[in-house]
Write a protein that binds this ligand. Sequence first.
Ligand SMILES: Nc1ncnc2c1ncn2[C@@H]1O[C@H](COP(=O)(O)OP(=O)(O)OP(=O)(O)O)[C@@H](O)[C@H]1O
Ligand SMILES: N[C@@H](CCO)C(=O)O
Length: 316
Amino acid sequence: MAIRTIPADADLQSFLSAYGRGSPSNVRGLEAGTVNTSYAVNLGDDRYFLRIYEEQGHDGAEREAALLFHLASNGVPTPAPIATPDGTLVRTLAGKPAALFPWVDGDMLCQRAVTPEAARITGASLAMVHRVGPPPSAAPNEGRFGPKDLVVRCSRIASSSDPEARVLGDSLSEAVSSVAKRRDPLLPSGLVHGDLFRDNVLWQQSRIAALLDFESAHHGPFAYDLAVTILSWSFADALVPDIARAIVEGYREEREITPPERDALYDEAILATLRFTITRITDDAIRVGKRWQRFVERREAIERLGRSGFREVLGL
Ligand SMILES: Nc1ncnc2c1ncn2[C@@H]1O[C@H](COP(=O)(O)OP(=O)(O)OP(=O)(O)O)[C@@H](O)[C@H]1O
Ligand SMILES: N[C@@H](CCO)C(=O)O
């Protein structure tokens, strides 16, 4: 998406020189992502990815950087932010928090390219994030997209610029409240990614080069995260059972799904469809190229299957 921040040359030079990795060249703004501004840049002979945080304050960006550093140090395939010689991970560029990462070559998979094997690997890497958990010094918060936040967002839907969406505020709000009441508060919980869509995974041939975009990471039920991943990877025109089941199988290679989680996956999936329907309607940056209707269709598909039908599709 847009390059929202263009730092002055002198500021960029001074920011990059602090890493002590050689002089910058080939600086290129990337039309990637929906939230942050990204640049590709060479320092000496190596390529780097520079992220300027557009929506997080310094504390939020530091929390995210500490999380990425911790995950990468524990074997999760995600690029760790690079520290300056004095150990700083997040600094200021053009008045905004910014961090530098190693460049990762890789490609996102399009839906047609998602094989059961890729789905299995994706499920396993999600479970690895759950197993590793957050850094001891920075426990994640409850996130920005819990049921209460979604209900608040629903109150803005009536003034949406999309006439088809405008009428849905009350029914979406009621659906969120109703599923929130059914949620099991004792589900195994911890660090969840919260947004492991296809565009947040880079592949090199058949292996994952990077899990990206931990901006939605928070403390929540693991079953919710698994449901998000199933919903975002397993639908072509309709649910593809082989893909959904392979995600679950891969997940279970790394972390077993407990009986209460198996029971809860249906409700967590309904909540996840509501989360993405509502944020796609209420967030103009996300709406570009991302249809909220897809998540209405996914919710209907899950509801048609019903609790036991959904579990059966997942092989649980
Ligand atoms: N270390 C990296 N090396 C190479 N490319 C990267 C790296 N990190 C991210 N990218 C690319 O930049 C894109 C945007 O990155 P990121 O997800 O951080 O941005 P964002 O603005 O938070 O966007 P969104 O929330 O839409 O995913 C990614 O989809 C990926 O293609
Ligand atoms: N992955 C989200 C956007 C970022 O949260 C979506 O597709 O709606």
